[in-house]
Write a protein that binds this ligand. Structure first.
Ligand code: HBI
Ligand code: FE
Length: 299
């Protein structure tokens, strides 16, 4: 099982907290977490901490340490922000749920990362409907200590705001999905993970790097923006960047206006398409997906 962000089931949405601001931020209320909620964080943290060395890229692991995320229990965002803001100017803001895209982009463009202030129940260790504090803070925040990735996240937010005048939100979401959530990077020790959706998932951590099933393809910004993605199972394709610098450069060097005009008219690629042999790092067998996926054998 993996902690996937799947579309929230259309149950009656809880009314917004009465202390939610117009930008969807709420106080974290750190003092309200129960012992059980702190222990859930510890169980998830210890499981990933053991697994990630050798899979996660070094700056992610360094981010975990420099932010003292190992000190136990759900972190207090105020404490985290003291360290994080000094490093890259980013702060974490607490939100109760997925926020509308324009609000999300606005926060990122201002170096504010919206992090869920709730944590999954003990019987949901491997499954979350919406990004909770473990997915957001354990998954996303350590990479915000890497100055170049921190610049990329802000550039992404700015690009997202610009996209609101066009019809290409799905393209922006695909770029976020295949980099920030499920991105891989080349290192001199082999492929490593930097995507938050993977590092916070015990089973996908191994799968994405070791399993012969998924494609692993060279990252290309426009190609990725045209590619469909999976939201409730392991990816069938992962994109691999050469470096955070090259990812950031691809974003700031792109003239988004003409690209946003073009994108809605261009065909999309499926989750298994190989568009050009030159992009192949590993051509997947797709055995996992063809066997029905959804975490085939116990993870
Ligand atoms: N809201 N809180 C929160 N967290 C997200 O990751 C998030 C979101 N709103 C929109 C969103 N992600 C995606 O649509 C982005 O890809 C744009
Ligand atoms: Fe996420």
């Amino acid at each position: 099982m993996t902690d996937k962000q799947t579309p929230p089931i259309e149950k009656h949405k809880a009314p917004p907290p009465d202390d939610m601001a117009a930008d969807f931020t709420v106080p974290q209320h750190w003092e309200r977490y129960s012992e059980e909620e702190h222990r859930t964080w510890d169980i998830l943290y210890k499981r990933q901490e053991k697994l990630l060395p050798g899979f996660a890229e070094d700056s992610y692991l360094a981010g975990l340490q420099v932010l003292n995320l190992h000190r136990g229990g759900i972190p207090n965002f105020d404490d985290l922000n003291e360290d994080l803001e000094k490093l890259t100017g980013w702060t974490i803001v607490s939100v109760p749920c997925l926020v509308p895209d324009d609000i999300f982009f606005e926060h990122l463009a201002n170096r504010r990362f919206p992090a869920g202030n709730f944590i999954r129940r003990p019987d949901q260790l491997d499954y979350i409907q919406e990004p909770d504090v473990f997915h957001d803070v354990f998954g996303h925040v350590p990479m915000l200590t890497n100055p170049v990735f921190a610049d990329y996240m802000q550039a992404y937010g700015e690009g997202g705001l610009r996209s609101l005048n066009y019809d290409c939100l799905k393209n922006l979401a695909a770029l976020y999905w295949y980099t920030v959530e499920f991105g891989l990077i080349k290192t001199d020790k082999g492929l490593r993970i930097y995507g938050a959706g993977i590092v916070s998932s015990a089973s996908e951590t191994r799968f994405c790097v070791e399993d012969p099933s998924p494609n692993r393809l060279e990252f290309d910004l426009e190609r990725v923006m045209r590619t469909d993605y999976i939201i409730d199972d392991f990816q069938q394709t992962y994109f691999v960047i050469d470096s955070y610098e090259s990812l950031f450069k691809a974003t700031v060097d792109t003239d988004f206006g003409p690209l946003y005009e073009r994108l809605p008219k261009l065909t999309r690629f499926s989750v298994t398409d190989i568009v050009d042999d030159k992009e192949i790092i590993h051509k997947g067998t797709q055995a996992y997906a063809n066997s029905g996926g959804r975490f085939a054998e116990a993870g």
